[in-house]
Design a protein around this ligand. Sequence first.
Ligand code: GLU
Length: 484
Amino acid sequence: MTALHPARTRVAPSPTGDPHVGTAFMALFDKAWAARTGGAFVLRIEDTDQNRLVAGSEQQIHESLAWLGLAPDEGPGIGGEHGPYRQSERLETYRPFVEQLIADGHAYHCWCSSERLGQLRKEQETNKSAKTGYDRLCLGKTREERAQLPGFSETPVVRMLVPDDAPLMFTDVIRGEVKAPFPDDQVILKADGFPTYHLAVVVDDHLMGITTVVRGEEWISSTPKHLLLYRWLGFPEPQYAHMPLLRNPDRSKISKRRNPAARLLWFREQGYLPEAVRNFLQLLGYPPAEDGVEVATFEEFVAGFSWDKVATTGPIFDVKKLDWLNGHYIRSLDAAELTDRIVAFHTERGEWDGSIDRDVLHQAVPLVSERMVLLGDALPKLQFLFTDGVEVADDARASLPDNAAEVLDAGIAVLETVPFDAESIQAGLRAKLVDDMGIKPKFAFGPLRVGLTGAKVSPPLFESMEILGRDMTLARLKALRATL
Ligand code: GLU
């Protein structure tokens, strides 16, 4: 195989709220391609829309990418040779390119007020005009000439002069030959002096040496504008990889408004492990490394990575698959590591307090890990280990057999003397209750479980007794006995 040229990729989110899961999806493929080719993965913050900025959003982007193991090699606060990596800090960079485009006749000033543009759009809609978009009223006019006409605004924008032969076809590494619609005379510099996305993305991708532009398929229709800018500015074109849009199980586009899982922070809040989320994203629109083997490390994903394996139809965002993966990764952690993750999870939620003994949790976590889906599933199942006594639930009390008092008395007698490890406890109780007294295991151990945990269903009984210790175990059984 020929050596791959080191790729430079980037993810370019706008800090307009808490990060979208799509940002992580793009970042995963960006990072994989950079890793596959020995290149670099860049984070660029696209904050040119000053009205939509949300404080803290950039920080959340950094944190959530790092959490997933997808931290960039270059970016704001990280450094790199192509900074600054925030577009708001690059305003002076864009200006000469705008001037060059105007001087070369590829761009022009437009003083049309937003009222005029709104009216124009409405007229085009009512008349069902074949020609839509800007009508070039300002093209070729000086400021003075334009000021004589209605709908004039003092501060102009700059628009692209899109020629009739604008390139509409391009090659996409996922989709092959793609045809996009003919573009409008796109604004590239806004009245506030900030560039629009279209200009900034081309200038920055070029100056940052980006070789492969990985982004959502919603940007396909913008690509002809970008190709024109590349051509006019004399920049070599990058490779394009337009990723499929993630979809809800009903095939609608995944959005933060309709699906909580569209928020990247949601996964951490819910108690998913980052390795499970990363593995889940690897399977969206991308085949498993081997048929039927869905669990794969990032390194395994990278080793076989190829753009032509990416699906072009929107992958379904199926949280059930994620739940399964999360359970798998939970069970692959050792008890100490799983305990740390559970403690961190509850600490982040402000739910960790002195009532929970970490060592007890560490001992008990293997009893419940088999049935855990989320990190938050352990504590509720183990709550009875962290309280002085237990309150017996109504259904648990109702489940007690008629001879519960007799069972408890015999059980208590055994537990007073038996060595207090799970195995001896089980052997001792079984010998007395099941073998000697002839009680069916269900009725022999049921009352003990209710006394110990307050519930009909609990983690394994004998191990729970061992963890609670002899004194506490006896105290609980006696407490229940006293109520019968
Ligand atoms: N700022 C754009 C976004 O958030 C980036 C698109 C691109 O990657 O070119 O979708």
